[in-house]
Design a protein around this ligand. Structure first.
Ligand code: 6CS
Length: 355
C-alpha cells in the first residue's frame, strides 16, 4: 500500500464512524462515550497483543464504560510504517511503533537498534525503559518533532538469529542475506559483521526464507514461533546482543485534547502495565521456546561469553555511525542510555537496604 492508500484508509476510518471524528461524533459527545483505536504490529497472541488487550480492559474498566478501545492486530490496518502514519494523521489514536521501523522516520530512535549497549540482565533494561526520566524526556522531544506522542517503551524478549547454518563468529555472517527491519542503522549493523542485510516487511519474512530469497532473520523467540520462521531455518542462535524493544505512540493532539481524568487513566494504565508486560514477555518467550523445541529439530546455539565478546567488539563502530545518522540528538540519547544502564546495573548490584 502506498501513501495514497494510507490516506484513503484513513478516510474510511474517519467516515466509518468508529472513531472520535466522523458523523456520529456529536452523538458520542452527547452520550459521553468515545472509541479509541489501538493498532499493533503483531498478530493475536503476541506480546504486543497481550499489552493492547490489557490496556483495553483497564481503560474500559477505569472509565466505567465511557471509553471503548478497539484493538487492530497486524494485517488489519497496514505495515508498521503505515500504522505510524495513521497515528500522525489522527485516524488511529494509539499504535505500537517499533524502533526497527520507526528509525527510518526518527533517526534518534535507532538507539534501540544498537547492538551491545543494553545490560545482559533484562531486569536492568526493564528499570531503564520503565523508570529513566531523562531518557523518557529526550524520546518525547524526538517523537514530538515528527508528530508523535511517545508514551512508553518496553522489551519483548532477547533477539535471536535464525539461519541455515551455525553463526558463532562475525565471520560466519559473511555473505549471509539477513532480513532486518526498515531502519538504515540495522543494515549498517549487520554490514559490520560482513553480512548482506536486506529490509523486508514482517509479513514477507516467512515466504522470503522459504523461497531462499533471504537466508536469515532476527526476532524474539515468541515471534519466531508464532510467525513459523523456525520451520524454515535449521539453526537458532542466542547472542543476547539486543532486546527487542517497542514503543507505544499516540496522536499528540488527541492526548492534549483529552480531559484530565482520561489523561490520568492512560497514565495509570501505562504505569501498571510496565512491570506486567515484562513478566508476560518472559513467560511467553519461555513457552514458545518449548513449542519450537517440541515441534522441530532446529539446532539451538547459546553463544559463549567469548563468542559474544567478538560480536561486541565488531559492533562498536556502530555507535559512531548512529551519532553520524542521528546528530546531536543521537549523541544525547546514547549518553543518556549508557548512563542509565550503568546506574541501573549499580543499583541492581547494591545490597538491599537494612531493615
Ligand atoms: O520483525 C518485525 O518486523 C517485527 N517483529 C516483531 C517481533 N514485532 C513487530 C515488528 O514489526
Amino acid at each position: 500500500m502506498k501513501r495514497f492508500s494510507v490516506l484513503f484508509f484513513a478516510f474510511l476510518l474517519l467516515i466509518g464512524g468508529c472513531g472520535q471524528n466522523g458523523s456520529d461524533e456529536a452523538q458520542q459527545e452527547v452520550a459521553g462515550t468515545q472509541t479509541w483505536k489501538f493498532a499493533i504490529e503483531e498478530i493475536e497472541g503476541s506480546v504486543q497483543h497481550r499489552y493492547a488487550v490489557a490496556f483495553k480492559e483497564r481503560v474500559e474498566a477505569l472509565s466505567e464504560g465511557r471509553i471503548t478501545v478497539d484493538v487492530f492486530p497486524y494485517g488489519q490496518l497496514g505495515t508498521s510504517s503505515q500504522l505510524t502514519e495513521l497515528v500522525q494523521l489522527g485516524s488511529v489514536e494509539f499504535s505500537m511503533a517499533s524502533p526497527g521501523h520507526l528509525g527510518a522516520v526518527i533517526p534518534g530512535v535507532q538507539l534501540f537498534s544498537l547492538h551491545f549497549v543494553f545490560s545482559d540482565d533484562e531486569r536492568v533494561n526493564q528499570a531503564v525503559l520503565a523508570d529513566d526520566e531523562k531518557l523518557h524526556k529526550l524520546l518525547e522531544a524526538a517523537y514530538r518533532d515528527k508528530g508523535l506522542e511517545y508514551m512508553t517503551a518496553f522489551q519483548e524478549g532477547w533477539m535471536a538469529w535464525t539461519a541455515n547454518k551455525p553463526i558463532r563468529a562475525p565471520e560466519d555472517f559473511r555473505g549471509v542475506k539477513i532480513r532486518v527491519m526498515n531502519s538504515p542503522l540495522l543494515v549498517q549493523a549487520y554490514e559490520l559483521y560482513g553480512a548482506n542485510p536486506t529490509t523486508l516487511a514482517y509479513s514477507e519474512v516467512y515466504s522470503g526464507l522459504q523461497l531462499n530469497m533471504i537466508d536469515a532473520q532476527v526476532n524474539p523467540i515468541f515471534a519466531i514461533e508464532e510467525m513459523s520462521f523456525y520451520e524454515v531455518q535449521s539453526h537458532m542462535m542466542m547472542p543476547r546482543h539486543l532486546p527487542f524493544i517497542t514503543t507505544l505512540v499516540a496522536n499528540p493532539q488527541f492526548i492534549a485534547g483529552l480531559p484530565l481524568r482520561d489523561q490520568e487513566i492512560v497514565s495509570q494504565v501505562i504505569a501498571e502495565l510496565a512491570d506486567e508486560i515484562f513478566l508476560v514477555q518472559q513467560q511467553l518467550n519461555a513457552e514458545r521456546l518449548e513449542i519450537i523445541e517440541a515441534n522441530s529439530d532446529i539446532e539451538i546455539i547459546e553463544l559463549s561469553d567469548a563468542e559474544r565478546a567478538a560480536f561486541r567488539e565488531a559492533s562498536l563502530p556502530i555507535r559512531d555511525q548512529y551519532v553520524a545518522l542521528a546528530g546531536e540528538q543521537g549523541q544525547r540519547l546514547l549518553d543518556a542510555l549508557l548512563a542509565a544502564v550503568q546506574r541501573a546495573e549499580a543499583a541492581a548490584e547494591a545490597p538491599p537496604p537494612a531493615e
